[in-house]
Design a protein around this ligand. Structure first.
Ligand SMILES: Nc1ncnc2c1ncn2[C@@H]1O[C@H](COP(=O)(O)OP(=O)(O)OP(=O)(O)O)[C@@H](O)[C@H]1O
Ligand SMILES: [Mg+2]
Length: 466
């Protein structure tokens, strides 16, 4: 039996059915493909790739193969591609042949041209503006790549594959969709008619390898003193809000902070597209769902928060707070689920507080402004402000305690801050982390929980220059 035939019989047995939809594969062993007489030596790789891929798709019924991602399946399909490749064009050199086979495999089983980018661990964001313009972010800087899709249809196929993997769809009536890759990376796709110059895809990569505490310390995103305080606050169950602009590292911080949660506590996470990767044993992950085409079946963050309260959580982590769920979340923080965390979009801690007020109003609940502020000041203990500075560095720029109210105003005091002092010759911001000299009023709460901080922890000084 030839290698190919062995591969095929294995494919058949893997699919677990005698009539597996793969029977057409037997046709592969016939040598009568068009263009297989060796005259195709001059064909460019792109065209060859397309031909081999379409032959493969013609002959395999992929909808009937259960586990496309398994290694065994990859191996088997690889054999078929190798065979097709050799019949199509025996004049390829070894390196070209290998590249072609890998690319057809990626095309067939993975995310096509995106695969090379997804395999590169230095890339944090992938931004596709139509089929021919693909940008990536490396170390805080955007750069254009030479990766391209064949055309918009090709891009659409890949988008379809990504979103259908998690049971969502994208089409003219539903042109904007959130999804995630199997490794946890977050994906947003927008297609025509909303996106005007070809489909647009934004991938936030950190799935397989999220930044850890040590990485963030190495990048000088904050200092060891700040890390120590944050650890103490999480252990002592303070309620924490992480505030910041788009892409400044909020989710990364939330993930890192959650590593301080003791392993025996029951945590429920609620997100639009599950990005968090908690290391704890006892975690229940909930993901919201958009409405279907008839406008039915939506499950909002608010629904999830309400439901989570019935699941006996010790802490609730909301990936991003952006609307109607705000009051429910604050109430949960106030009533037995202290130690909860969330992120929100705001540029300063003070703005974060007013954002909370706006979001309470978005929930359609009429509360006098004073009552609203009372809820907020009673629930939130700490605001961590994150920022992406000029030239790329992402830093915690403020750690602010939320105190009580004085008349109608919520009193806050900054404990640590990052002060930007200028821009260096490479266009990168520089500055220093400082302790403001304020001793937070929650220190006794930390001590009650047995957390002891060094006596000079809050003394006014410069902590680190960067
Ligand atoms: N301190 C840091 N240094 C370098 N890269 C970082 C840092 N923090 C986060 N990143 C990277 O920056 C990207 C954005 O991070 P993250 O997703 O946490 O931001 P975000 O504020 O949650 O974004 P969004 O507003 O889109 O939800 C990620 O790829 C992450 O790995
Ligand atoms: Mg985020």
């Amino acid at each position: 039996m030839s290698r190919l035939q062995q591969g095929i019989s294995k494919l058949n047995s893997l699919s677990g059915q005698s009539n597996s939809g793969l029977s057409g594969l037997s046709r592969l062993s016939s040598p009568s493909f068009g263009g297989s007489n060796g005259s195709s030596g001059g064909k460019n790789l792109e065209e060859l790739k397309r031909q081999i891929h379409s032959k493969l798709v013609e002959r395999l019924d992929f909808s009937r193969i259960k586990d496309l991602s398994s290694d065994a399946m990859r191996k088997d399909i690889r054999k078929v591609i190798e065979h097709l490749c050799d019949t199509e064009n025996p004049l390829l050199n070894r390196i070209e042949r290998e590249k072609l086979i890998e690319e057809v495999l990626d095309e067939t089983l993975g995310f096509g041209p995106l695969e090379v980018l997804l395999k590169d661990p230095t890339i944090s964001d992938i931004l596709v503006n139509g089929p021919k313009k693909i940008y990536v972010e490396r170390r805080g800087k955007l750069e254009k790549t030479d990766v391209v899709f064949r055309d918009n249809d090709h891009l659409m196929q890949i988008i379809d594959r990504i979103v259908s993997k998690i049971g969502r769809r994208v089409d003219e009536t539903n042109p904007m969709v959130d999804a995630r890759l199997p490794d946890g990376s977050r994906v947003n796709a927008v297609i025509a008619p909303i996106s005007l110059d070809g489909a647009s895809l934004s991938i936030r990569r950190f799935g397989s390898n999220p930044l850890k505490l040590e990485d963030l310390l190495n990048y000088k995103a904050f200092t060891p003193e700040i890390a120590m305080l944050l650890e103490a606050c999480i252990k002592a169950r303070l309620n924490v809000v992480i505030s910041g602009g788009t892409g400044c590292g909020k989710t990364t911080l939330l993930n890192t902070l959650s590593s301080f949660i003791p392993a025996d506590e029951r945590v429920i996470t609620i997100e639009d597209a599950a990005e968090l990767q908690l290391q704890q044993e006892h975690v229940v992950r909930l993901e919201t769902r958009p409405a279907n085409i008839e406008g039915k079946g939506a499950v909002t963050t608010r629904d999830c928060v309400k439901n989570a309260l019935r699941m006996r959580p010790e802490r609730i982590i909301i990936g991003e707070c952006r609307g109607g769920e705000t009051l429910d979340m604050l109430q949960a923080m106030n009533t037995g689920h202290s130690g909860s965390m969330t992120t929100l979009h705001a540029n300063t801690p003070r703005e974060g507080l007013s954002r909370l007020e706006t979001m309470i109003m978005m929930g359609g609940i009429e509360l006098p402004i004073k009552a609203m502020r009372q809820q907020i000041s009673a629930a939130v203990d700490l605001i961590i402000q994150a920022n992406r500075l000029q030239g790329g560095p992402r830093k915690i720029t403020s750690i602010t305690e939320v105190n009580n109210m004085e008349q109608d105003v919520i009193i806050m005091q900054e404990i640590f801050r990052y002060r930007q002092l200028g821009i260096d010759q490479n266009g990168r911001a520089f500055g220093q982390f400082e302790a403001t000299g304020v001793r937070p009023s929650f220190v006794p709460r930390l001590e009650q929980k047995g957390v002891k901080l060094p006596s000079n922890m809050f003394a006014e000084r410069v902590l680190l220059r960067d």
